[in-house]
Design a binder for this molecule. Structure first.
Ligand code: HEM
Length: 216
């Protein structure tokens, strides 16, 4: 139809986006009611997810469908590793464990990357466009709550050093979505996978919420 694909995917995930924003774990984290350990555990979960997303990026670079989305300026794994070294110390890897929901999420990202590049786009969109948007709100709150240096260690994940103008970048990204090399049925499947991606994020938040219940 005439609705641009970038609009379709945004509208289709709108309700789940609100759920994610208002999930107890996110609300508590952004409300400054959780300790830095909860933030560190969340950051650690992101590391497993981005390792899956970015571990696959090289193999997808020349893919006719997913290839145009693979952009070096988006890569977050190195920033997450710096944040984790700051949050947990140099041996952070030894203690890093994925929650069951994180493991399932990363496994699905890897599966899409291997077998269905269009599905990988759904995961790519859900994470990176979110990080470029709401991620900036999370960074601001994290800096204020736990005293990280502005855009420094601890919040580097949220800082896209190589993207000077996030709004312009997002516009370009939406143009890529609108031009995606997929027919109508495949686009529907991508939208469904995007909803699944939001579900995975919701499940990670739920498990984090169970691990860090508010004492009050
Ligand atoms: C408290 C947490 C969150 C806040 C405050 C937040 C806030 C926002 C805001 C303000 C936008 C709009 C940006 C714009 O119009 O350009 C946005 C967009 C977006 N967010 Fe979030 N968000 C949060 C959590 C999440 C989560 C957990 C995900 C998924 C993993 C996510 C995925 C997205 C996506 C994909 C977009 C882009 C929508 C589009 O324009 O197509 N967000 N977020």
């Amino acid at each position: 139809m005439d609705t641009p694909f970038s609009t379709l995917i945004r509208v289709a995930s709108h309700e789940q986006h609100t759920e994610a924003e208002t999930s107890p774990f996110m609300s508590d984290l952004l409300g400054g009611r959780l300790g830095v350990e909860a933030y560190a555990r969340y950051t650690e979960q992101l590391w497993f997810v981005y390792r899956a997303l970015e571990g696959a990026a090289g193999a997808l670079e020349d893919d006719p469908v997913a290839g145009p989305f693979i952009r070096p300026e988006l890569m977050r794994t190195a920033a997450l590793e710096r944040d984790l070294a700051h949050l947990r110390g140099p041996d952070w890897r030894a203690g890093a464990t994925p929650l069951p929901a994180t493991e399932a999420y990363a496994a699905r990202v890897e599966e899409c990357a291997r077998t269905w590049p269009a599905g990988y786009i759904a995961h790519h969109y859900t994470r990176y466009l979110g990080d470029l948007s709401g991620g900036q709100i999370i960074r601001d709150r994290a800096e204020k709550t736990w005293g990280f240096a502005r855009k420094g260690d601890g919040v580097r994940f949220y800082v896209f050093e190589q993207i000077d103008n996030p709004a312009a970048f997002k516009r370009g990204y939406r143009e890529l979505l609108d031009a995606v090399n997929a027919d109508e049925l495949e686009k529907k499947r991508i939208v469904e996978e995007c909803k699944r991606a939001f579900d995975f994020n919701g499940a990670v938040f739920r498990e984090l919420g169970e691990e860090f219940p508010l004492s009050a």
